[in-house]
Design a binder for this molecule. Structure first.
Ligand code: NAD
Length: 479
């Protein structure tokens, strides 16, 4: 695969900046180098935070209307470059091109439009106490450090960039080192849209170097992180030193509960959907929990459907499941499956890399015979690997569903609205889907319970996080 013409430099103060050190960015499609990227460290981070801090006072004073106008101009730019962004993202992270074209990149543009429009309506009625007016305002907080993962690079970055910019904050983004490219293209889009220099900055590089320096900078007033639990711990420890407010969107081990009264076709469809993005979806319902009496029929129907999924090049419109992100990650996935098999689990589907394709393709896998306390049931694999357990009745279903340290999402499939209400109320999860999956209104809160996260973003919750809320109390004016 030919190298891409994407600039792998940092974006600081409205300029491309190189670093003496670089790293190779590989495509998961064939593990070939597609770009050479600047490897930032403390020096580049300090320069980016300087630029963001310098740009902050004037950006914070910009009217809401002007900020909304610029966010819409960025969305226009994303839409103009939609194909380029989609193709670049597919080469860089291996997710399906058709998903990027139809779903992901339109959503990137929508992230900007949504927060632009929401900003214009942001407000609260005044409170009054003994004639004193209490007026609530959402003040810009300052420089925000945004740190993002590789599984949905531009979508997850813009989910943070858009509300931060709308809020009147300035941004330093540290994209994931396995997928640095679409962020770089977004920098061009922001410049074309006329965003003032220094309002949006990027430092490329590794987590332990660029990321760690960024979250430790005392001038940073917000840290919003999406990624894994171990990294979140390191970031939270760094944030503690400066008492920097932080928002953490982390991993999951979400259940998909299928009750005997479920529409079986729907249940199978929803279960097969968990292989999307080669299983590299934080919200994926990777633990299939099926009511005992339905388990045989469900397993037969599910394995037949899943075995027919087409695995291959993510640019081919016929492909359903593409590659995993990196050789190290593929080996990690395989390690989970091997250890589970050694403990007695059976792979009724898949269970190994796809030898026909070579490279980084892991076969969609279903493991049965798994122990409730085993690693494969408790830990996030982040690959196309599902487990199947059975339950008897609601009580056991809820107990199994809530039995991990995570609480990101849960899906339940049932024909009974009463059961849906009872079970949903008892599930520990930031999002519960009933007879559906992955649908969400951007006005709703998003985040995880337990080790799946700290705080909520989405809708006005994003503004609450990215702003300093202020109550101005005014005494009655003397007559
Ligand atoms: P990761 O934690 O390894 O890396 C995420 C980001 O953190 C990268 O940009 C990395 O460079 C950076 N980083 C690493 N060490 C750092 C440090 N010490 N200081 C600062 N930054 C550092 O995660 P990943 O493997 O890129 O992503 C997969 C994880 O993300 C999975 O656990 C997945 O569930 C989770 N995720 C969660 C959500 C959500 O919304 N809850 C969405 C997508 C992915």
């Amino acid at each position: 695969m030919a190298a891409l013409a994407v600039d792998g430099g940092h974006w600081i103060g409205g300029e491309r900046i190189s670093s003496p050190r670089t790293f190779d960015d590989l495509s998961p499609i064939d593990e070939k180098v597609i770009a050479t990227v600047a490897r930032g460290g403390p020096g580049e981070v300090a320069a980016a935070v300087d630029a963001a801090a310098k740009a902050f006072p004037s950006w914070a004073r910009t009217s809401r209307e002007e900020r909304a106008r610029l966010l819409h101009a960025i969305a226009d730019g994303v839409e103009r470059r939609l194909t380029e962004l989609a193709e670049t993202e597919t080469l860089d992270n291996g997710a399906l091109l058709r998903s990027h074209l139809r779903g992901v990149m339109p959503r990137v543009a929508h992230n900007f439009r949504f927060f632009a429009d929401r900003l214009l309506g942001l407000g609260h009625d005044d409170f009054e106490t003994r004639g004193h007016r209490n007026h609530v305002s959402w003040d810009p907080a300052g420089v925000c450090a945004l740190i993002t993962p590789w599984n949905a690079p531009l979508m997850l970055a813009t989910w943070k960039i858009a509300p931060a910019l709308a809020a009147g904050d300035t941004v330093v983004l540290k994209p994931a080192e396995w997928t640095p490219l679409t962020a770089s293209l977004l920098a061009d889009v922001t410049a074309e849209a006329g965003l003032p220099n220094g309002v949006f900055n990027i430092v490329q590089g590794f987590g332990e170097e660029a990321g760690a320096a960024l979250v430790a900078d005392p001038r940073v007033r917000r840290i919003s992180f999406t990624g894994s639990v171990p990294t979140a711990r390191a970031i939270a420890a760094a944030a503690a030193l400066n008492l920097t407010p932080l928002s953490l969107e982390l991993g999951g081990k979400s259940p998909l509960l299928v009750f005997a009264d479920a529409d079986l076709d729907l249940a199978v469809d929803l279960a097969v959907e968990q292989y999307d993005n080669a299983g590299q979806v934080c919200l994926a319902g990777t633990r299939l929990l099926v009511e005992e009496e339905l388990a045989g029929e469900f397993t037969a129907r599910f394995t037949a459907r899943a075995a027919a999924l087409v695995q291959g090049d993510p640019r081919d419109p016929a492909t359903d499941v593409g590659p995993n992100i990196h050789r190290a990650h593929l080996e990690r996935i395989d390690g989970f499956v091997r250890r589970a098999s050694a403990e007695g689990a059976t792979a009724v589907l898949g269970g190994e890399p796809n030898g026909d394709l070579g490279g980084l393709y892991y076969r969609p896998t279903l493991l049965t015979g798994v122990r409730p306390d085993s690693e494969i049931v408790r830990e996030e694999v982040f690959g196309p690997v599902l487990t199947l357990q059975t339950f008897r009745g609601e009580e056991e279903a809820v107990e199994l569903a809530n039995s991990t340290r995570y609480g990101l999402a849960a899906t339940l499939v049932t024909g009974s609205p009463e059961r849906a209400g009872r079970v949903a109320a008892r599930l520990v999860a930031g999002t519960v889907w009933v007879n559906c999956f992955f649908v969400r209104d951007l006005r709703a809160p998003f985040g995880g319970s337990r080790n799946s996260g700290v705080g909520r973003e989405g809708g006005d919750w994003s503004f609450d996080f990215f702003c300093d809320l202020k109550n101005t109390v005014t005494a009655p004016w003397a007559r």
